[in-house]
Design a protein around this ligand. Structure first.
Ligand code: AMP
Length: 221
């Protein structure tokens, strides 16, 4: 059975970090729509050029574009044995399109990472990413990337005005997804305000429990 995992949670909850760790530990791809868009911006593809201003304002790229990107990505061979989705869906329309994409596949396991608002603002305003490989920095006072030695910088959309807009957009457009998925037996929420290793432990346990439910009850897709 493939492990098809979806990470929910506001910006700064640690979705990317945890998705990366988990995907690597299971040898399945992490599909991060934010990473895909940032790469498209860097390589100046038509989608990237259109997305750049929207991202810099902290708003959402259109559902049609995002659904197309994810449909194509999940159809690739390497996602057949499972995947970790990070940053998608972000609207109910995207979630409903994902349900159609999932027809014929193993059920989605949905994990919501819960973190208080003040902690999110603190994390987003201090976080650094590598300007070369895009990885989140783990050591805040060192200005080079642990993974590739690249220079660390602030994400353009982590400036304080944009952070507030992104949190507003999250509450208006993405938080309703928690209710959308909560009714499923494969939904779990975890406390993301703990140290990353503890969150990773809780995540693994929650996935185990949700997977057990999926196998026993044949969850809706
Ligand atoms: P993230 O790295 O997930 O915080 O995403 C960075 C930015 O990319 C977001 O603020 C949006 O502008 C855009 N983005 C990423 N994923 C999506 C999505 N599923 N739907 C719409 N916009 C997205």
């Amino acid at each position: 059975m493939s492990l098809n995992l979806l990470m929910l949670g506001p910006p700064g909850a640690g979705k990317g970090t945890q998705a990366e760790r988990f995907a690597r530990s299971r040898g399945i791809p992490k599909v991060s729509t934010g990473d895909i868009l940032r790469e498209a911006v860097q390589t100046r593809t038509p989608i990237g050029l259109r997305a750049m201003e929207i991202m810099n304002r902290g708003e959402l790229v259109s559902d049609d574009v995002m659904i197309g990107i994810v449909r194509e990505r999940l159809d690739r061979k390497d996602a057949a044995g499972g995947f970790v989705l990070d940053g998608f869906p972000r609207t109910v329309a995207q979630a409903s399109a994902l349900d159609s994409i999932m027809i014929g596949r193993d059920p989605l396991i949905v994990i919501d990472i819960v973190v208080p608002e003040e902690e999110l603002v603190r994390r987003l305003s201090t976080r650094l990413i590598c300007e070369v490989c895009g990885a989140n920095a783990t050591v805040k006072n060192d200005r080079t990337c642990e993974r590739c030695g690249g220079r660390l910088m602030q994400r353009t959309d982590d400036s304080s005005a944009v952070v507030l807009e992104r949190l507003k957009v999250y509450h208006q457009q993405s938080e309703p997804l928690v209710e959308y998925y909560r009714v499923r037996p494969t939904f779990r929420s975890i406390d993301g305000a703990q140290p990353p290793d503890r969150v990773a432990e809780d995540l693994a346990a929650a996935i185990e429990a949700a997977n057990h439910q999926a196998v026993r009850h044949g969850a809706p897709r």
